[in-house]
Design a protein around this ligand. Structure first.
Ligand code: SAM
Length: 284
């Protein structure tokens, strides 16, 4: 490891987050991978200059991206598809849900998986589990080769659409998700930080033209420095504030659904939507 120095996560030309770190690992292949050590956040993982997760607060992200969609299912999930998620955090949470029969994963970058297995093995799910099938393939490609009406849950835990994840924010991708989802199934995808990168949520809005039920949720993950958006879609109407499946985590609990699906006016404006309850109010 190197001595300590300040590393800057560049958010915009004139703005970023600075961390006093030791460099643990750095390599540039399909993606630039960096692993740093920091007093506050512990070991943390960076792809193409953007923080993906830290040891200190990864559970918030991994619990919400797993339990929020699962809470909307009429019956407990049995078949799950994870796209991305090479750090194994989503798998860890999925494996806590009773009754899961099959977990298929499409991760494009084997190096991410190998490095996380070496440096973040405590955070990873169990890949020796016979229910798990991990394929190192592009998510859209793998999806196209997947069966129709096959999955109760599709969790897209991918990077922002800068590098290899561009194909995962396309109309074709959302149409393939719709084809592969079971009639009662639910899909979720991270849509970045609208306050910093509003274009990502706008891109993900394409999904709203594919799914009869579409909604947006938000969660604050401290290491990202801003609220993160998730988009969710389903073939049948869902009542997001009335969870049908009950899960409790270190962070997530069923009572959170209402808060997670209540959006600020800035986001509603971004997605050109008015909060149905406040429809009659005066626009300030
Ligand atoms: N929590 C993070 C976030 O919110 O940005 C995501 C973390 S996870 C490490 C992101 C994963 O998506 C990476 O392992 C990356 O290799 C994977 N990924 C990116 N593009 C992909 C693609 N087209 N198909 C499958 N996996 C992809």
């Amino acid at each position: 490891m190197t001595g300590y120095f300040f590393w800057r996560e560049k958010i915009h030309q004139d703005f970023g987050h600075a961390y006093k770190v030791e460099l643990v690992f750095e390599e540039h292949n399909l993606q630039k991978v960096q692993i740093f050590k920091n007093q506050t956040w512990g070991y943390f993982f960076v792809l193409d200059g953007i923080v993906q997760f830290t040891e200190r607060d990864e559970y918030i992200y991994h619990e919400v991206i797993t339990y929020l969609p699962a809470s909307l299912l009429k019956k407990a999930p049995e078949t799950v598809l994870i796209i991305g998620g090479g750090d194994g955090g989503v798998l860890r949470e999925i494996q806590k849900i009773p009754g899961i029969k099959k977990i298929l994963q499409f991760e494009i970058d084997r190096i991410v998986f190998d490095l996380c297995r070496k440096y973040f093995f405590r955070l990873m799910g169990d890949y020796s589990d016979p229910r798990v099938e991990l394929n190192f393939v592009d998510g859209l490609q793998g999806l196209k080769e997947s069966d129709t009406d096959a999955f109760d849950l599709i969790i897209v835990d991918c990077t922002d659409p800068v590098g290899p994840a561009k194909s995962l924010y396309s109309l074709e991708f959302y149409q393939e998700i719709h084809r592969a989802l079971k009639p009662d199934g639910v899909f979720i995808q991270q849509a970045s930080l609208p306050a910093y990168f509003p274009h990502v949520l706008k891109l993900a809005l394409q999904a709203s033209s594919v799914f009869p039920w579409f909604d947006i949720a938000r969660v604050y993950v401290p290491c990202y420095g801003e609220e993160l958006a998730f988009i969710l879609g389903a073939k049948e109407k869902k009542d997001p504030t009335n969870p049908l499946q009950v899960y409790y985590g270190k962070y997530y609990h069923p009572g959170l659904n209402k808060a997670l699906f209540t959006l600020p006016q800035t986001w509603l404006n971004l997605v050109e939507r008015r909060d149905s309850e406040l429809n009659k109010g005066t626009v300030l």
